[in-house]
Design a protein around this ligand. Structure first.
Ligand SMILES: Cc1ncc(COP(=O)(O)O)c(C=O)c1O
Length: 369
């Protein structure tokens, strides 16, 4: 036996056969899935500005993380890191865990989700219903370390926070940016002025920012984030050690630290959004679209409106695109429960009136009357 063969486990016909079958299953699933809708809204307060929302909640697992989970499994498989029967683990604020649990079931693999204990109960139940195990951590900043611990014990760490930015094919392959721009092609403003999204792993913003440059478009990328998040502070000072100055009740974005996948240089602007404004905006989206979306969609909506207010003030017309990231019913017992909001000091009433005035008259989003 030479030195190489003692270091490298032999690839048996069986393991390659399983790998091929697993990749084929993911490709079949992608072929069966339809693209998500791009919904258009127009408001009296913003003549000449069209708003588009990509409804990522319509994926089979209810969020934009369906795309990511498929990419992370493919990335792990094609890097030879995931084998038949191996347990899969990842750290998540819930949406990714639901999608990863769904794909684990598709591939016949055990799955562990490491999530903060404060994660919305609906998300925890969803992971469990899909056969996943939830390892709940009291301190949200410890989820990465706990997932890494499971990996040391032999699990395959999908590592969304470390790998989302590279597991997605940013040049195309129906990534979210290619899909949005393709769906806009028959619109009167097919090249948007702005695309707005939040930063969880940073994978979505990295994909969009890179794709805009690759396609040589002038569209700018704005990150809408909960006030005081790690991304906000890191982007402003270009400091990768920055940490959040306040926590957020919005799940999925507003990370406490600068995640490895945050690419500052593809981001043109950052808008901070208060949690209460985000919930008021999510409820407004429900009125407008007849479907409830999560708090991060509310953050995005506020970001779009702030950009539109600035465009209006400069007499500009154009289009603004953002994402409806996940289904609102996941937050029935948290953000959308009035008693829960009182307990968490979220007063959304002033934001609800401010939103009405902004949508009707283009007024700045001001809660002071
Ligand atoms: C609900 C929700 N919205 C937005 C995002 C942000 O996406 P990304 O992780 O690609 O930065 C996440 C990420 O977890 C999320 O869960």
């Amino acid at each position: 036996m030479d030195a190489m063969s003692t270091l490298t486990p032999p690839v048996t016909a069986g393991s390659r056969a399983w790998l091929h079958a697993a990749v084929a299953r993911l490709e079949q699933e992608a072929t069966r899935s339809a693209d998500t809708h791009l919904l258009r809204l127009d408001f009296p307060g913003f003549p000449g500005i069209a708003f588009y929302f990509k409804d990522e909640s319509s994926h089979p697992t209810g969020s934009l993380k369906h795309r990511l989970a498929r990419s992370l499994y493919l990335y792990a498989l094609c890097n030879g890191r995931l084998c038949a029967g191996q347990t899969v683990v990842d750290a998540s604020s819930g949406s990714t865990a639901i999608s990863e649990a769904w794909f684990a079931r598709l591939l016949g693999l055990p799955f562990i989700a490491v999530m903060p204990a404060c994660t919305a109960p609906q998300k925890i139940h969803a992971v469990q219903e899909l056969g996943g195990q939830c390892d709940l951590v009291d301190d949200p900043t410890q989820v990465h370390a706990r997932a890494a611990q499971h990996a040391l014990e032999g699990a395959c760490h999908l590592d969304q926070f470390g790998l989302a930015e590279r597991a997605t094919d940013w040049r195309g392959n129906n990534n979210i940016a290619e899909s949005i721009l393709g769906q806009l092609r028959r619109e009167s403003q097919p090249v948007p002025s702005w695309i707005v999204c939040g930063a969880g792993t940073g994978g979505t913003s990295a994909t969009i920012g890179r794709y805009l440059r690759y396609r040589r478009l002038d569209t700018r990328l704005c990150i809408a984030e909960p006030t005081g998040s790690g991304f906000v502070h890191g982007w402003r000072t270009r400091d990768r050690t920055a940490i959040a100055s306040q926590p957020t009740l919005i799940e999925g974005i507003g990370r406490p630290r600068v995640e490895p996948g945050f690419l500052f240089d593809v981001v043109d602007d950052v808008i901070e959004v208060d949690d209460a404004a985000a919930v008021a905006a999510a409820l407004q989206l429900d009125d407008l679209l007849g479907t409830r979306y999560g708090g991060s969609s509310g953050v995005n909506f506020i970001g779009c409106l702030k950009l539109a207010i600035a465009m209006r003030a400069k007499g500009e017309s154009g289009s603004i695109v953002s994402l409806l990231c996940d289904r609102g019913k996941r937050y029935r017992e948290t953000l959308f429960d009035p008693d829960w909001r009182v307990a968490h000091r979220l007063d959304i009433a002033p934001w609800q009136s401010a939103l009405q005035a902004t949508l009707a008259e283009g007024k700045p989003l001001d809660t002071h009357g």
